[in-house]
Design a protein around this ligand. Structure first.
Ligand code: ATP
Ligand code: MG
Length: 446
């Protein structure tokens, strides 16, 4: 059963019209009179009457109005309440249209729209779309992106809840960066140096000692000094961490389940948006996995190309690998495991059988890394040694080490970038398209 229709319909006392506060299955009210509210998305004048498109919380509804006096006054983007009759109309997207009897303007626009927002597609550059974001998000297709994003998170959340995870909220003003590198925002914290969190890593590990399985959906800050199509300076991280694992493969399995749940949730509840955007959902079965060194060799073997970076992938390699794997296995996802320790943070567990290789993985989806995860060091001595080996000051990580010193189970987890996943799912080249109000090196507003 589709449950994406909204309910909440109540008979009003004052009139015999049915008050539809949220759009419902209007089809059930054919031949009856309803009261609706929404914004006038579009007015299309015909001979003797006009089509109005009413934009409600989720659906745009076709309305027919022949009251010329009223039409002369009405402006696009006016917020209105209307009384109308529901009429069956198979050609309309919802299978019905509204025949307007009366419109009350609750609030009208006081300025001309600086940009056309009600076309079928928004014919403007991404920069323009972002400059006028408060308006361009009102476009039916633009807002559908973020409805789908809601669905992805709902799917993730419900899957993790079902699997015994507790949702947490960790601080974003922190005393140390977890991920290393130069991409950290510094902050003056009452005269002390503090940072904006590069990830919830330390805190979710600490919380494994408390709840065993935890997750967080929250902001992540990265001072990316370059302007790329895959980096934002603030993005939404979907992070989880789980205790008592046998191997980092338990984490990969959990992620596979979580992704399947998101796809199922979208299929079940987000049909209208998927259709509007023409989304092709991936079929997720077993996700193939190969070692980093094997992946490097495979790319060279299949393409004849050799890449300079030997400890990590260049974006082009992720794209090529994805293509090869999809062609040869049919999967649009691929796990790459055992990344070299050089490029991985200090909390990552190395393979005891093969030091120098980490018990970690990335997930690549349609040519782009969307996740990094792996097993973490849980032993105090091992973590201390690793910090020292890397020339880091253990005292600076005292509260992190506190948890190791007092007993931690073997554990691991991952971080997935919500905008990256959404962008790949919807076939966008630029991650900014999947972010409501992106922050990048040139952009702080809106
Ligand atoms: P990259 O190598 O692409 O710069 P990363 O390996 O530094 O990314 P991680 O620290 O592994 O990133 O972060 C986990 C996940 O968060 C990534 O797989 C990605 O989905 C997402 N992510 C990381 N950095 C960004 C960013 N600047 N903007 C958007 N998403 C990001
Ligand atoms: Mg990564």
């Amino acid at each position: 059963m589709n449950t994406y229709q909204y309910a909440s319909i109540s008979e009003t006392k004052k009139t015999d019209a049915i008050n539809v506060t949220l759009v419902s299955q209007l089809k059930e009210y054919v031949d009856r009179t309803v009261i609706m509210h929404g914004s006038v998305y579009k007015i299309r004048k015909m001979k003797g009457f006009s089509f109005l498109i009413l934009r409600t919380a989720r659906f745009c509804i076709q309305c027919v109005c022949d009251d010329q006096a009223l039409l002369n006054e009405l402006q696009e983007e006016a917020c209105v309440r209307m009384v109308a009759e529901v009429v069956r109309e198979e050609r309309a997207r919802l299978g019905i249209e509204l025949h307007v009897k009366q419109i009350t303007v609750l609030s009208g626009p006081s300025a001309q729209m600086p940009i056309v927002i009600n076309g079928k597609v928004m014919e403007t550059s991404l920069e323009n779309k972002l400059d006028y974001r408060p308006l361009t998000l009102r476009n039916e297709k633009e807002r559908a992106i973020f409805k789908i994003q809601e669905g992805i998170v709902r799917g993730f959340r419900s899957y993790l809840q079902e699997n015994g995870f507790t949702e947490i909220h960790s601080p974003k003003i922190v005393y140390a960066g977890a991920e290393g590198g130069a991409n950290i925002f510094r902050l003056d914290y009452f005269g002390r140096e503090a940072y904006l969190a590069q990830s919830p890593q330390f805190y979710k590990q600490m919380m494994v000692g408390v709840f065993e399985r935890v997750y967080e959906v929250g902001p992540i800050f990265r001072a990316e000094k370059h302007d790329t199509s895959r980096h934002l300076n603030e993005y939404t991280g979907m992070d989880f961490e789980m205790g008592y694992i046998d191997s980092f493969r338990d984490v990969m399995e959990m992620e596979t389940g979580m992704l399947k749940a998101a796809v199922t949730e979208l299929e079940r509840e987000y049909g209208p948006e998927l259709e509007l955007l023409g989304v092709r959902l991936p079929h997720i079965r077993e996700i193939p996995s190969l070692k980093f060194s094997e992946a490097k060799a495979l790319i060279t073997e299949r393409t004849g190309r050799i890449f300079r970076e030997s400890h990590d992938f260049e974006p082009e390699e992720e794209r090529l690998l994805s293509e090869i794997v999809e062609r040869e296995t049919g999967s649009e996802f691929v796990f790459v495991t055992h990344y070299p320790a050089e490029k991985r943070p200090f909390y990552v567990m190395e393979d005891p059988e093969n030091p120098g290789e980490t018990l970690s993985f990335d997930l690549i989806f349609r040519g782009l890394e969307i996740t990094t995860g792996g097993q973490r060091i849980h032993d105090y001595g091992m973590q201390l040694q690793k910090l020292c080996d890397r020339g880091m000051d253990p005292e600076a990580f005292e509260s992190f080490l506190m948890m190791h010193r007092h007993g931690m189970p073997p554990h691991g987890g991952l971080g997935l970038g919500l905008e990256r996943f959404t962008a790949r799912l919807l076939g966008f080249e630029n991650v900014r398209q999947a972010c409501l109000f992106p922050r990048d090196i040139n952009r702080l507003t809106p």
